[in-house]
Design a protein around this ligand. Structure first.
Ligand code: HEM
Length: 490
């Protein structure tokens, strides 16, 4: 009670307002009654309209602060003092351990240092072939439904392609999710991702203790699938470690630099981690598993959402679609089967603007959380330790103060002439500062590869229900992310 009163006093001193609070419940009755996952983004819009961009929001015993204010977001994201995630993220721990996304303090700092070189240009360059091959399979599989009439929800289609891509690049294994969606590991990743999204929204499922009591069967199912995924990653890691060791032994006995892992075969992110060490100590299989599982999680639903929304927006803006298509033909040529190269991807400048603008309107990660570990001053306001912070990037990216005509899909905002006007904290789909997304270059290359492949094969048509964005761990759509397809003739 005392800390709550202290927080209220500090918020009042900082001029931060919020909905009325009730004893023990805080503002929960106002934020929960008649609200659901589907209304969450809308509820935040209503709160911003009523109380401004900085809002005090206490839920039960947890005091919280939500913000859509770019200056406040800047202050939080750029500080080394505010790198701890809030407890909403804890539910992911049973799968991801304390890998890069969830860790904090020294552990995070050290891991970030080791993992950063993993995403080096030279490593990403060899992934372009994987992006190209897997998106070719995605396009090939869609011809059946490309009759100009059938409504296609792109989310599940893009999800399987994204899973194939992330498994092959992070672990070096082809799981063939697109050919065999029932493969056990693929099933487990999909089931657990969906269950996590459900847990995120359902207070009774959010904590292991309450989920065990109220949803015992679901809890058991969740743990079985997590175990299945861990067993799979463990097996891949130990096999890759053996292969690496064998090739290093061969190398030392023949004295040659040629080795299986380093030159002939494509390096997976996992191989780079196997060769890394902290203070001279190699990473253990468990350390590596946390990181590989984190890549598998962070690296598939996010890109799925982005690819689907970008294709949707292009379907609904035919003139912009034509412009993006012309650029692709100018850069790659008219041969649909020609593989795309890293160089081509660098030249697809307009497509990059299209993707960036899609990430503005529909950011796959629409909010970012933090918890304060000590009293901190942020943008001139004093906040007490333990405050749970949520940065509403979805709303900040639609703030008319930073984006004129914010609801309009206008890729020109990101053209080389205008992009200097973009405020990097009002626009932060990959977050910003020390804890920004380590996979953002990877993601951009993957998105450009898949979207360009789709445009080379198909004309995208505005069919099906419009999207209704919902926050469900990542940004999805209640109605699906729909479009129609017609094979391109050129
Ligand atoms: C369009 C696709 C993507 C988007 C929009 C995105 C967005 C983000 C955001 C907003 C964060 C910060 C999260 C937070 O602070 O809570 C983040 C962190 C992270 N992302 Fe991404 N991401 C994408 C793709 C990827 C990919 C493909 C990978 C890996 C291959 C990846 C790996 C990570 C990791 C490991 C972190 C944690 C970094 C740290 O805390 O140091 N992401 N991402």
């Amino acid at each position: 009670y005392l800390t709550m009163r202290r927080q209220n006093n500090m918020m009042a001193a900082a001029g931060v307002k919020g909905p009325p609070q009730f004893p023990l419940l805080g503002s929960a009755p106002i934020c929960m009654m008649g609200e659901s996952a589907e209304t969450m983004l809308d509820l935040e819009t209503r709160l911003i309209e009523k109380y401004g961009k900085n809002i005090q929001l206490t839920m039960f015993h947890e005091y919280g602060f939500i913000t859509a204010d770019a200056r406040m977001i800047e202050s939080i994201l750029s500080s080394q003092q505010t790198i701890t995630k809030n407890n909403l993220y804890n539910l992911l721990q049973c799968w991801l351990g304390t890998g890069l996304l969830l860790s904090t303090g020294k552990k995070w700092f050290r891991r970030r240092k080791i993992i950063t070189p993993t995403f080096h240009f030279k490593i990403l360059e060899q992934f372009v072939e994987v992006f190209d091959q897997q998106s070719a399979i995605m396009a090939e599989n869609l011809y059946d439904r490309a009759d100009g009439k059938t409504v296609i929800n792109m989310f599940p289609v893009a999800c399987l392609a994204a899973l194939d891509i992330i498994a092959e690049t992070s672990m070096g294994v082809k799981i063939n999710a697109q050919g065999e969606p029932n493969f056990p590991y693929v099933q487990s990743v999909k089931i657990v991702s969906n269950m996590m999204a459900e847990r995120f929204m359902n207070p009774l499922q959010r904590f292991d203790s309450t989920m065990r009591i109220f949803f015992p069967l679901l809890f058991r199912k969740l743990n079985q699938h997590i175990k299945a995924m861990h067993d799979f990653t463990d097996k891949v890691i130990s096999e890759r470690r053996d292969t690496l060791q064998k090739s290093l032994n061969e190398q030392s006995s023949t004295g040659t630099e040629e080795n299986d892992v380093g030159s002939k075969r494509r390096m997976a992110l996992l191989d780079v981690l196997l060769q890394s060490s902290v203070d001279g100590q190699p990473l253990s299989n468990n350390d590596i598993r946390e990181e590989v599982d984190t890549f598998m999680f962070e690296g598939h639903d996010t890109t799925t959402s982005a690819i689907s929304y970008t294709l949707y927006l292009l379907a609904r803006h035919p003139e912009l679609q034509t412009r993006a298509f012309r650029e692709i033909v100018d850069v790659i040529g008219a041969d649909k089967s020609k593989p795309i190269t890293m160089r081509d991807l660098g030249e697809l400048k307009y497509l990059e603007c299209v993707i960036k603008e899609s990430l503005r309107l529909y950011p796959p990660v629409p909010m970012i959380g933090r918890q304060l570990t000590e009293d901190v001053t942020l943008d001139g306001k004093r906040f007490p330790a333990l405050t749970n912070i949520i940065m509403l990037t979805y709303h900040a990216q639609r703030d008319p103060e930073y984006f004129p005509d914010p609801e309009k899909f206008n890729p020109e905002r990101f053209s080389s002439e205008s992009s200097s006007n973009i405020d990097v904290f009002a626009y932060a789909p990959f977050s910003a500062g020390p804890r920004n997304c380590i996979g953002q270059k990877f993601a951009m290359l993957e998105m450009k590869s898949t979207v360009s492949k789709m445009l080379r094969h198909f004309e995208l048509l505005p069919l099906g229900e419009p999207v209704q964005p919902i926050m469900n761990l990542i940004l999805r759509s209640k109605t699906g992310i729909n479009l129609g397809l017609k094979p391109r003739v050129y």
